[in-house]
Write a protein that binds this ligand. Structure first.
Ligand SMILES: CC(C)(COP(=O)(O)OP(=O)(O)OC[C@H]1O[C@@H](n2cnc3c(N)ncnc32)[C@H](O)[C@@H]1OP(=O)(O)O)[C@@H](O)C(=O)NCCC(=O)NCCS
Length: 193
C-alpha cells in the first residue's frame, strides 16, 4: 500500500535536491536557479508543496505564489507529477491539497497558465479566464525616499548625444522555424469555496 504525504518543501529540506531534479526532468533550467526558487519557499508565500511517496521519494511538486503581496489570489506554477506515477490520480490529489492549503491561509482564488493541460485542470473545476499580470515574484524591497523621488533619467540620450539614428528595422519579419514556435498559454482560474 502506497503512503502519500503533501508537505511544504521548507519543512522537508532533505528533499530539495530531488525535487529540483524532478522539476528539471520536465523543464530543464539551471540547477542553481531552481534551487534558489525552492529555497525561497516559506510559510508566507511563495510556497512549494511536494508530494512524498512512502516518506522517501518526491513524486510531485506545485508552487503557490501571491499575485499581489498580501492579496487573496494565488498563482499556481510548476505543477508536476513524476512520469512513472502519472494517471494514478496523484495530480488531482496534489492540486486539491494545494487548494486546501491556500484556503486555510485565507486565499480565495487560484490562477494558473498552461499549454496543453487544460483538460486536467478543467476536471478540477478551473475555467478559462483572461490573462493575469504576474511576474513570478513580489517585490518586497522598500524603496528609499531618494530613489522614489528622483526622476528616471533617459540613459540613452545622455550617454551619447551626437550618435547617429539607429538603422531602420528589417521589412520582412523573421519567422521562427515551427519547432521553436510556442503555442499561446491558456489562463485558467478557480474560485475556492
Ligand atoms: C498534468 C499532470 C500534473 C497530471 O497529473 P496526473 O497525476 O497524471 O493526473 P491525474 O491522474 O491526477 O488525473 C486526474 C484527472 O485528470 C485527467 N487528466 C489528466 N491529464 C489530462 C489531460 N492532459 N487532459 C485531460 N484530462 C486529463 C485524468 O484522466 C483524471 O480524470 P478522472 O478523474 O476522470 O479519472 C501530469 O501529467 C504532469 O506532471 N505533466 C507534466 C508537467 C505538466 O505539464 N504540468 C502542468 C503544467 S501547467
Amino acid at each position: 500500500m502506497e503512503f502519500l504525504q503533501v508537505c511544504p518543501i521548507h519543512k522537508s529540506k532533505q528533499f530539495i535536491l530531488e525535487c529540483c531534479d524532478l522539476i528539471n526532468s520536465e523543464w530543464p533550467r539551471s540547477k542553481a536557479a531552481r534551487l534558489q526558487s525552492l529555497y525561497m519557499s516559506s510559510d508566507k508565500f511563495p510556497t512549494s508543496l511536494v508530494l512524498i511517496l512512502d516518506e522517501q521519494q518526491v513524486v510531485g511538486h506545485v508552487k503557490l505564489s501571491e499575485i499581489k503581496l498580501g492579496g487573496d489570489e494565488l498563482m499556481i506554477e510548476t505543477m508536476i507529477i513524476h512520469r512513472e506515477h502519472r494517471g494514478k490520480g496523484w495530480g488531482k490529489l496534489l492540486m486539491e491539497e494545494a487548494e486546501e492549503y491556500a484556503q486555510r491561509r485565507g486565499k480565495n482564488k487560484i490562477y494558473l497558465s498552461t499549454r496543453g493541460q487544460e483538460g486536467f485542470y478543467s476536471k478540477l473545476g478551473y475555467e478559462i479566464c483572461q490573462p493575469v499580470m504576474y511576474f513570478g515574484f513580489c517585490d518586497t524591497t522598500p524603496k528609499n525616499d531618494e530613489q522614489a523621488e528622483k526622476p528616471q533619467q533617459d540613459v540613452i540620450t545622455n550617454v551619447c548625444p551626437n550618435a547617429p539614428p539607429p538603422p531602420p528595422l528589417p521589412k520582412k519579419k523573421y519567422k521562427l522555424p515551427k519547432k521553436y514556435r510556442k503555442t499561446a498559454k491558456t489562463y485558467m482560474s478557480k474560485t475556492l469555496k
